[in-house]
Design a protein around this ligand. Structure first.
Ligand SMILES: NC(=O)c1ccc[n+]([C@@H]2O[C@H](COP(=O)([O-])OP(=O)(O)OC[C@H]3O[C@@H](n4cnc5c(N)ncnc54)[C@H](OP(=O)(O)O)[C@@H]3O)[C@@H](O)[C@H]2O)c1
Length: 261
């Protein structure tokens, strides 16, 4: 399969590196081409993975591609498809990672009714192979679903969802990674106030988060079950938790998550 990635920025570059890594490891046999208007990002990709074909024009990348991933800013999707959409083959699968562009508008902009079109919503952890990516499609087949899922599995975990859940997925994970960073920062700042140097505090928080996740996954448990194991009646932890709740912790998180819904 020839995969073309249009736009080699943060997201396009991360996806390209994920796919190229799998090709380099012999786990995937795709041909990968990437286009971007400026050469710097293309050269960086090419120096890491010399087998990637690079183009400064989108037409060269799209022509003959079996699957095209649009990784440009949302307001450029229409322009890119206007300029080079006619080069998409009838059977070419079109995937967009652009936030907010619906499957209907993607299908319309691509100019070919009934084309398999997908929206994918990765998060920035795609750059380190740990994205939580949501994928929704229209005019799909089990084969096209499998192809798109496999591509995004190169940069982390994939959940196939209905399009109506895309905004929720974006909030919970696309934006959610920032909320988690803010929580980490709050814990770190508290750690400094308690007497640790910032670097040590960050390391302590990171290891504690790692442990918490491992407990949830190993025990297949609800967070509250794990909390019960820490909270001695009348002890320190329950006092800390209740003080956080008095300050609106859970409410603040839910309000932030649902702010745009
Ligand atoms: N970052 C995230 O967390 C995230 C998460 C999910 C989805 N997304 C989506 O991913 C898309 C890209 O975001 P990003 O963060 O990767 O942005 P970005 O880093 O700015 O990358 C966009 C790239 O597109 C290139 N570009 C500009 N015009 C182009 C054109 N006409 N044809 C081909 N390439 C063109 C830019 O090249 P130059 O810099 O050389 O101009 C740049 O390298 C957005 O639609 C965004 O909604 C991002």
């Amino acid at each position: 399969m020839k995969i073309a990635i249009i736009g080699a920025g943060n997201m396009g570059g991360a996806i390209a590196r994920g796919i190229a890594g799998a090709i380099a490891a012999g786990q995937s046999h795709h041909t990968l081409v990437v286009s971007n208007p400026s050469e710097g990002k293309l050269n960086a990709l090419k120096s890491a993975f010399p087998f990637i074909e690079t183009y400064t024009d989108n037409a060269g990348a799209i022509e003959g591609a079996d699957l095209v991933i649009l990784a440009v800013k949302p307001w450029l999707v229409e322009q890119v498809l206007k300029e080079a959409g006619a080069l998409l083959g009838k059977e070419t699968i079109l995937v967009s990672v652009a936030a907010g562009i619906t499957l209907d508008s993607l299908e319309n902009m691509a100019g070919e009714k009934h084309r398999a079109v997908y929206r994918a919503m990765p998060n920035t952890a795609a750059a380190v192979g740990r994205s939580m990516t949501f994928v929704a499609g229209k005019n799909t087949t089990p084969e096209s679903d499998e192809a798109v899922k496999a591509i995004f599995e190169n940069v982390g975990t994939v959940m196939m969802i209905e399009e109506r859940l895309m905004a929720a997925g974006t909030s919970l994970s696309g934006c959610g990674i920032a909320y988690i960073f803010r929580f980490i920062r709050a814990m770190q700042e508290g750690g400094v106030q308690l007497g640790f140097y910032p670097k040590d505090a960050l390391n302590i928080v990171a290891r504690t988060m790692e442990g918490a996740l491992k407990l949830l996954e190993t025990n297949d448990s609800h967070p509250e079950q794990e909390i019960d194991k820490v909270t001695t009646p009348g002890g320190l932890t329950i006092k800390g938790l209740n003080t956080m709740e008095q300050a609106g912790f859970t409410n603040a998180v839910i309000q932030g998550l649902t702010r745009n819904s």
